[in-house]
Design a protein around this ligand. Structure first.
Ligand code: AHR
Length: 316
């Protein structure tokens, strides 16, 4: 009898704890302002945030900025006006955020930055969660030099969105390394806006202008590299062989291209930020402070290392 009573009491305690927990999660509303959804990396990030909100019982208000910073600023203002409990912001560009972040701070709404950093006083946000983009650019350059030697090499660069933190830092990292080698130079450089269609269009223009004078394509993300691979094939050359192709993100399509030998290297940049973003918001709600930057650790892959098992193991 005593045993039964204890079992009932323990069960009741668990049920009420679960109810309180679910209520605590369910009572919180979080706004998420996304840059855009024009490549698989960003779709994976959106999905990671949405599914983690659901898992933890938070109501998520989601806004797609459609690659326009003004849309994102308007969305953050709207979240503030609605009195959300927290905001997750994936900012398009690195500047122009201070006024709206001050408004959030005045409203006592914590803001967690994911995937791209900004130029603003650190106390305006809880933390920045993201990769080291300078390191990514450096890794690409080092792998290229290991594979192709010290030159001469003519590099065509497909840059990401202008003014975005990864565009600035991936360029900087790559140049940090190649500037030590006088026979390696970036001979063409233009934005492909981090998407496949524009990556292909820019590569077509590069090939028209100097098809026989391109040794390497360095794309600031995989999606532009995949567009470039298509352009190289249509031009009649073999991507991965006639022209070395290197990019960043580690999305599934990049692994398919590496397995086919058309993409030489891809440096990972994880979009799976949902768990760490909500951990950070919860820390802020508890009044805890976090480091200015929570660095995501990323790997690097070469075409020769990618088989079906590696491809099957990819989570995004
Ligand atoms: O900020 C991360 C970058 O943004 C990813 O490399 C890219 O694919 C995305 O759009």
């Amino acid at each position: 009898m005593k045993k039964v009573l204890i079992t009932i009491l323990v069960t009741l305690a668990f049920v009420s704890a679960a109810t309180i927990f679910a209520f605590a999660g369910g009572s919180k509303i979080v706004g998420f302002s996304q840059v855009d959804n024009q490549n698989p990396w960003r779709l994976a990030e959106t999905e990671s945030i949405k599914s983690e909100a659901k898992k933890r019982g938070y109501k998520l208000k989601y806004s797609d900025g459609q690659a326009v910073q003004a849309n994102q600023i308007a969305a953050v203002r709207d979240f503030i006006a609605q009195g959300v409990d927290g905001i997750i912001l994936a900012p398009k560009t690195s500047t122009g955020w201070e006024p709206v972040l001050k408004e959030a701070q005045e409203a006592k709404i914590p803001v967690v930055l994911v995937d791209r950093d900004i130029e603003a006083p650190k106390d305006l946000v809880v933390t920045f969660i993201g990769s080291d983009f300078v390191l990514e650019g450096e890794m690409i350059a080092k792998m290229m030099i290991e594979d192709l030697g010290e030159g001469p090499l003519r590099v065509a660069e497909l840059q990401g969105q202008p003014g975005a933190d990864p565009t600035i830092d991936r360029k900087k990292g790559f140049e940090n390394i190649i500037n030590k080698y006088p026979n390696i130079e970036i001979t063409m450089s233009q934005t492909g806006e981090f998407n496949r269609t524009q990556g292909k269009q820019v590569m077509e223009a590069f090939l028209q202008a100097a098809g026989d004078k391109i040794d390497v394509v360095y794309a600031h993300n995989d999606d532009m590299a995949i567009g470039a691979i298509q352009a190289i094939k249509e031009y009649g050359k073999n991507p991965g062989k006639d022209i070395y192709v290197a990019s960043i993100d580690g999305v599934r399509d990049a692994f398919v291209a590496m397995k086919a030998g058309e993409l030489n290297v891809s440096v990972e940049c994880t979009p799976l930020m949902g768990p760490s973003a909500f951990d950070a918001l919860e820390a802020a709600w508890r009044g805890e402070s976090l480091p200015d930057w929570i660095v995501n650790e990323d790997g690097a892959y070469r075409s020769k290392d990618v088989d079906q098992a590696v491809l099957d193991s990819r989570k995004y």
